[in-house]
Design a protein around this ligand. Structure first.
Ligand SMILES: *[C@@H]1O[C@H](CO)[C@@H](O)[C@H](O)[C@H]1NC(C)=O
Length: 481
């Protein structure tokens, strides 16, 4: 009887009634259906305007950065750089989700290779010819969800680069191309830069590469992303200008053969935890980003060495001895609608073998949780949303709603617990996302059969995520874009 009544009420467009219906759940938060649908429609019709609004194509030679100086870069979501070319919002969402699956596969593969020591020796080809062999065919749909503009060389030339917390090696497409994909900026030309310097094979940076080879005493690199995309070329040092400052002799790949995923951007900045990442090369004590809503058409910042916002919820940053690239955090559980969801305490730990754990990733969209934990969270959410009209699942989502008749709706809160009383409450739009332009929303989490869980960028949207490397803490601070 009561649920029947709430069912009827939910069909009423009046917000007031809907609020009343759900008031029996103590912990609810507002989802503004009107505004998110409006944004979804806008992203399809807006044209990328990034080139005009960003830095001019010739930058004055910046001053040298002192280590520990703070500086910041603009950060742009993919759709502000690339035309989505999608006829409708659902097509755009499905393309994003397909990219997302490829991303998750590549992270799992990277970890698997690190844990399977026997594969290591096979990964070290000794002959340069071995480096040019494609791993498999590229899927060519384009990856990289957030981009920054950095300048490389002397004189400095600006490039759009994908930022990636899930890898370490920096690289950009480089003349002469044996195979370069299409990019927005002119391709980097080493002959036009006085600071270009090849690394020798015995250089420490060359030794630190997972896959390298030697030709005429020069270091060659290869990075494969596990989904068919890869880059191969010379491993060199260059001057990299970040915001108002520059850093000399940053190891970077000059990619002559690049295939697969990185359509649009000139290359990639690795922000991972390994020695070759940009973060480690510039000895950053911390970095932080805020990922604007991907449909918003806005930009935010990527900051280095800035203090963590004082209101941030913190999680312990954990090292995996088998793989230093990923940023693992201590996750202890969840609550839905204010109710704690019980999961066995070891669910999210990195085990002895280096498997398991939870990473925070800038490049994965949808948070993946170990199946058992996912089901517990989802079941609680479903139980508390029986007043909403449910809809068919879409792609990897199994919990969807028809909100086409609603303008705003109160929904149960969803929170992550990090231990020590630290609770990160997600805004409703970070877990109920539109999957078409017609008002179908899905609960934006997914199960993974792998023991590795991933906190994705949909859940991080609008939140400043601070990687405080010096203190081994990751901070989450809402509304800090
Ligand atoms: C929902 O969003 C619309 C459009 O952005 C705005 O006009 C409206 O005030 C919002 N409603 C609430 C309850 O915040």
């Amino acid at each position: 009887m009561a649920s029947n009544l709430s069912l009827h009420l939910s069909f009423l467009v009046s917000t007031l009634f809907i609020v009343t219906t759900l008031s029996s759940h103590k912990h609810t938060t507002l989802l503004n259906v009107t505004s998110s649908l409006h944004q979804a429609h806008q992203i399809l019709t807006s044209t990328p305007n990034l080139l005009e609004q960003s830095t001019p194509t010739t930058t004055p030679t910046p001053h040298l950065l002192q280590s520990s100086t703070s500086f910041s870069l603009h950060l742009h979501p993919r759709e502000t750089l690339l035309n989505s070319n999608s006829p409708n919002y659902k097509t755009l969402v499905l393309a994003r989700l397909a990219r997302d699956s490829a991303r998750v596969t590549s992270l799992h593969l990277k970890l698997q290779l690190a844990l399977t020591s026997l594969a290591r020796s096979d990964l070290h080809p000794t002959r340069p010819e071995d480096l040019s062999a494609p791993v498999s065919s590229g899927i060519g749909q384009g990856s990289g969800e957030y981009f920054s503009r950095v300048a490389v060389g002397n004189p400095p030339k600006p490039f759009f680069m994908v930022i990636d917390t899930g890898s370490d090696v920096n690289w950009l497409q480089c003349k002469p191309c044996s195979d370069c994909y299409q990019q927005t900026d002119p391709i980097y030309d080493p002959t036009a830069s006085s600071s270009y310097a090849p690394l020798t094979c015995d250089a420490q940076q060359c030794q630190n590469l997972e896959t390298s080879a030697c030709r005429n005493q020069r270091c060659l690199y290869q990075v494969s992303y596990g989904d068919g995309s890869f880059t191969v070329g010379e491993y060199v040092t260059e001057t990299v200008s970040l915001g108002s400052g520059s850093v000399n002799r940053v190891a970077i790949g000059c990619g002559h053969d690049n295939e697969g995923l990185f359509v649009g951007a000139a290359g990639l900045l690795g922000l991972g935890g390994g020695p070759l990442s940009l973060t480690n090369q510039i000895k950053a004590t911390s970095f932080s980003y805020c990922l604007v809503d991907r449909d918003s058409g806005k930009s935010s910042t990527l900051e280095f060495n800035s203090p963590r916002p004082s209101d941030s919820v913190t999680a312990q940053l954990i090292k995996n001895q088998k793989l230093n690239t990923f940023y693992y955090i201590k996750l202890t559980g969840f609550s839905v609608g204010g109710e704690a969801i019980s999961v066995p305490p070891e669910t999210f730990d990195v085990d002895q073998s280096g498997a398991g754990g939870v990473i925070v990733d800038s490049g994965t969209a949808i948070t993946r949780l170990r199946t058992q934990a996912y089901e517990a969270v989802r079941d609680a959410f479903r139980r508390m949303t029986q007043n909403l009209r449910s809809a068919e699942g879409v792609a990897l989502f199994d919990t969807c709603y028809d909100m086409s008749s609603l303008q705003t709706v109160r929904v149960p809160t969803v929170a992550f617990h990090f231990g020590g009383g630290q609770t990160w409450n997600l805004p409703a739009k970070n877990y109920l996302i539109p999957v078409d332009g017609a008002g179908t929303y899905c609960f934006a989490f997914a199960p993974t059969s792998s023991p590795l869980s991933i906190i994705g960028n949909v859940q991080q949207q609008g939140t400043r995520v601070s990687f405080d490397l010096a203190n081994s803490v990751v901070g989450f601070s809402p509304n800090k874009c």
